[in-house]
Design a protein around this ligand. Structure first.
Ligand code: COA
Length: 260
């Protein structure tokens, strides 16, 4: 099987690169399967604190569904693909590490949906974003309608989903679709790594508790969310890292966290 997705490890950071630049890193069946396999491997490794997802080349982060492959698919196969997006990409929002899309170029259709499945997003200045599915007689089918509405609110989500218009990185930043825009494409990865340094090097239990509590806000009513937050706080309160942080503060030094 050819390698459609590459993995690079830099200490606690995993960098996952979709490597099909000749097809604009489009999501073929095999690419989605490889993303799923890799994700399960990373999710079982407690040493991973941050996972950056990006695309090879300078044109596309991911141009969505592989439209050439899609032409030859039966309706049943398309249905299987929709299920695969959900099952194979879920690790991006369910693992103990934070996932970050480093959007190096076009993020269109399923490509933007992939970025939306990540916890955070950083883009290159010339990246473009859009959900053009309705122009193809379909709708976003990899969670895009749900995640973009939760992220941007209904009104902004409808603007993008119904018109299918493409937006640039400054509009994406103004809308809140991306957290940051790097000064240049060349600096994208370094910017992402610098930005996430406090996560990669911070107190592991606190980072995990904070991530799970904020993620819980997506699905829980407020009262249940407050209970969830309280339980997550308890896990930190009992930790040796919390005692170490207080001690380090009084000794005016950097804390040495052990994840305990
Ligand atoms: N699936 C499969 N192949 C794709 C693709 C996709 N989603 N998007 C682009 N490609 C292929 C093109 O067919 C072309 O292949 P070819 O040279 O064999 O014809 C190659 O990638 C380069 O694409 P091209 O459009 O010439 O590159 P570009 O730099 O001018 O534009 C994009 C790049 C990403 C902006 C443009 O390809 C695009 O808009 N793609 C469609 C994305 C889309 O609508 N996705 C939503 C699907 S719901």
């Amino acid at each position: 099987m050819s390698e459609l997705v590459r993995l690079e490890r830099r200490a606690a950071v995993a960098i996952v690169t979709i490597d099909r630049p000749e097809r604009m890193n489009a999501l073929s069946w095999a690419t989605v399967q490889q993303l799923g396999e890799l994700g399960r491997e990373l999710a079982s490794d407690p040493g991973v604190r941050v996972c950056v997802v990006t695309g090879a080349g300078d044109k596309a982060f991911c141009a969505g569904a592989d439209l050439k492959e899609r032409q030859g698919m039966s309706r049943g196969q398309v249905r299987e693909m929709l299920s695969a997006y959900r099952s194979e990409l879920a690790w991006l929002e369910k693992s103990d590490f934070v996932s970050v899309a480093a959007i190096n170029g076009a993020a269109l259709g399923g490509g933007l949906e992939l970025a939306l499945t990540c916890d955070l997003r950083i883009a290159a200045p010339l990246a473009v974003f859009g959900l053009p599915e309705t122009a193809l007689g379909i709708i976003p089918g990899a969670g895009g309608t749900q995640r973009i509405a939760r992220l941007l609110g209904e009104s902004r989500a409808l603007d993008l989903v119904l018109t299918g218009r493409r937006i640039d990185s400054s509009e994406a930043l103004a809308l809140g679709l991306v957290n940051r825009v790097a000064p240049s494409a060349e600096q994208l990865l370094d910017c992402a790594l610098k930005w996430l340094e406090p996560v990669a090097e911070g107190a592991p239990l606190a980072q995990r508790a904070a991530l799970s509590a904020v993620r819980a806000a997506r699905r829980l009513p407020l009262d249940e969310g407050l209970d969830f937050e309280r339980a997550a706080y308890e896990r930190c309160l009992d930790s040796a890292d919390r005692d170490e942080a207080l001690l380090a503060l009084s000794e005016k030094r950097k804390p040495r966290f052990q994840g305990k």
